[in-house]
Design a protein around this ligand. Structure first.
Ligand code: AMP
Length: 241
């Protein structure tokens, strides 16, 4: 199974006085979880764990997990809790997660959330998770998803709001940009149904637990990052942890 992705941190934390510990980034497809996770990873030097990225890496390298996941990912429905939990368990055993991590796209069901809560409470010395829910309205999400183009190295563009200088080509390394198969409007509609039915209850689960803040994601990337960083400080200071 492929458990790591190309996006692991190589640099030391920029803000050495503050480490946010385990962080969950919650929100519908297209709210900017991946973009914000990468910004937080650069800031704090803790890894982004994106279950979607790990599944896509398994699909492109043709592992057994990738073969099971491909149809589900392509049609915008969820991979089974057991498979995804196992994938996250494997990733959390890697030593770069020991000072904290940013989970992006997990948990997506109440079963996954309960499993994660149990895992973390059983791990001695682990801070409780803090959850950030990013919110953006439906029309904006549709625009973001259908306009999204990605370079093989994972740089994210948008044909409407952040186009490359030359259409279809990455500004940084000249590679060809691609559209994820699940970023079509039809699959987006399915992913939103999945979000409303199965993941919205996860957001409520963490809202009720406390150590939770909701962030308006309809601003410039840097502003949203700044608001998440402030929220993380408040949440850790508020809980005394
Ligand atoms: P993402 O990149 O987070 O939008 O995820 C892409 C797709 O991967 C989703 O539409 C699901 O098919 C699958 N996936 C990602 N994370 C999970 C998860 N936590 N549980 C089940 N399926 C997932």
């Amino acid at each position: 199974m492929t458990t790591s992705t190309a996006s692991e941190p190589e640099t030391a934390p920029a803000d050495k006085n503050f480490l946010p510990g385990p962080v969950l980034l919650l929100g519908a497809p297209g709210v900017g979880k991946g973009t914000q996770a990468k910004a937080l990873m650069a800031e704090y030097g803790i890894p982004q764990i994106s279950t979607g990225d790990i599944l896509r890496a398994n699909i492109s390298s043709g592992t057994a997990l990738g073969k099971v996941a491909k149809t589900l990912v392509d049609q915008g429905t969820l991979v089974s809790d057991d498979l995804v939990n196992q994938m996250v368990a494997d990733r959390l055993r890697q030593p770069d997660t020991h000072h904290g991590f940013i989970l992006d796209g997990f948990p997506r069901t109440l079963n996954q959330a309960t499993w994660l809560d149990e895992q973390l409470s059983a791990a001695p010395g682990t801070l409780p998770v803090v959850a950030i829910s990013i919110v953006v309205d439906y029309e904006q999400l549709l625009h973001r998803i259908t306009g999204r183009r990605i370079s093989p190295a994972g740089r994210i563009y948008n044909v409407y709001s952040n186009p490359p200088k030359v259409a279809g080509i990455c500004d940084v390394d000249g590679s060809s940009l691609v559209q994820r198969p699940d970023d079509s409007e039809a699959v987006f509609t399915e992913r939103m149904k999945t979000f409303e039915g199965q993941t919205a209850p996860v957001v409520e689960h963490y809202r009720k637990q406390g150590r939770f803040e909701e962030i308006d994601g309809d601003h410039a990337v840097e502003q949203v990052t700044a608001e998440i960083k402030s929220a993380l400080k408040r949440l850790r200071q508020g809980s005394g942890q």
